[in-house]
Write a protein that binds this ligand. Structure first.
Ligand code: NAX
Length: 326
């Protein structure tokens, strides 16, 4: 029998986690024959609700669920973990400015980064979902000097999946026929979904669509504002689709993307002029925990503009939290 994989989920009593943990336990992440032990972290007042989630997990009688730990202590939550989904974060409260939000989250992700540094497996793969996801991932990475920067990524896969689905509809192709789609940058409305290289069934998607105005005036803004549109329609933020994207990103990361390009926000190695260490969405292929960036994609004037917009935002975020990092 395979030995169990330890998987931490933070914000475990929240909305996204409620869609995430059941899929992990059912085998959607690592397959139904891979036993998993869930490490569930949430704040002290949420421990009651977390118990309820655990009761429901028990009641699913998932064969792959080999154990559960619930805690409000990050070190306990991250002890010996192989995989971490860092979902819990401080939401923007009324009257809270962007810099307050960055500061509050910097505190959370400094503490969690240190706990990961102390307790997680050296090979752990940690996905940050909680917003501002890229900068939170940057902070956690910086707070975990004994872990390789390769242990961290931030979630841009929801944006990638949103873009893929919209393109499939427009081009009249199956969504899984789309290859070489890229989402660059920050998980925020500044992100740049880019289908200049994308193909479907051996044809360039841009040729099939053949409508550059649609790209600029409809596609990019719609993908960018999709999160807000879901809130407007549902009265609550994206949860099931966010959980699904988290599963997609981590599954591709730890299992492999089989040569397909996927978008992941990873610590920059300096390529594309992105300052080292900034967590930036780039196209990659993945294999058993290893990420290989797709290099040297050409940029035209419009692409350069969009790229700079999202990069500048991430530089600003980095600078705003720099004084909080030791
Ligand atoms: P919820 O408010 O439903 O749940 C968050 C949970 O996190 C709560 O139970 C809260 O008690 C817990 N929490 C807060 N601080 C914590 C800490 N320091 N340690 C442990 N737990 C803590 O939010 P939900 O809808 O689940 O969203 C979670 C996060 O995902 C938010 O920051 C949200 O903005 C972000 N998202 C990121 C996306 C992405 O693509 N990267 C998309 C979806 C989502 O908007």
């Amino acid at each position: 029998a395979k030995s169990p994989v330890r998987i931490a989920v933070t914000g475990a009593a929240g909305q996204i986690a409620y869609a995430l943990v059941f899929r992990i336990a059912s085998g959607a992440l690592l397959g139904p024959d891979q036993p998993v032990i869930l490490h569930l972290l949430d704040l002290p007042p949420m421990q009651g609700a977390l118990k309820g989630v655990m009761m429901e997990l028990e009641d699913c009688a998932f064969p792959a669920l080999a154990g559960m730990v619930a805690t409000d202590d990050p070190k306990t939550a991250f002890k010996d973990i192989d995989i971490g989904f860092l979902v819990g974060a401080r939401p923007r409260g009324k009257g809270m400015e962007r810099k307050d939000l960055l500061g509050a989250n910097a505190e959370i992700f400094t503490v969690q980064g240190r706990a990961l540094n102390e307790a997680a497996k050296r090979t752990a793969r940690i996905l940050v979902v909680g917003n501002p996801a890229n900068t939170n991932a940057h902070i956690a990475m910086k707070s975990a000097p004994d872990l390789s920067p390769d242990c961290f990524s931030a979630m841009i896969r929801l944006d990638h999946n949103r873009a893929a689905s919209m393109l499939a509809g427009k081009a009249g192709v199956a969504v899984d026929a789309i290859e070489k789609l890229v989402v660059w940058g920050n998980h925020s409305p500044t992100m740049y979904p880019d289908y200049r290289f994308a193909e479907a069934n051996g044809r360039k998607l841009a040729e099939i669509i053949g409508d550059e105005a649609w790209n600029r005036d409809v596609f990019i803004p719609t993908v960018g504002k999709r999160g807000a549109a879901v809130i407007e329609a549902r009265g609550a933020s994206s949860a099931a689709s966010a959980a699904n994207a988290a599963i997609d990103q981590v599954r591709d990361w730890v299992v492999g993307s089989h040569g397909r390009w996927v978008s992941m926000a990873v610590a920059s190695d300096g390529s594309y002029g992105i300052p080292e260490g900034i967590m930036f969405g780039v196209p990659v292929t993945t294999e058993a925990g290893t990420v290989t960036r797709i290099p040297d994609l050409a940029m035209d004037e419009f692409a350069r503009e969009r790229f700079a917009l999202t990069l500048n935002e991430l530089k600003e975020e980095r600078d705003a939290v720099a004084h909080l990092l030791g």
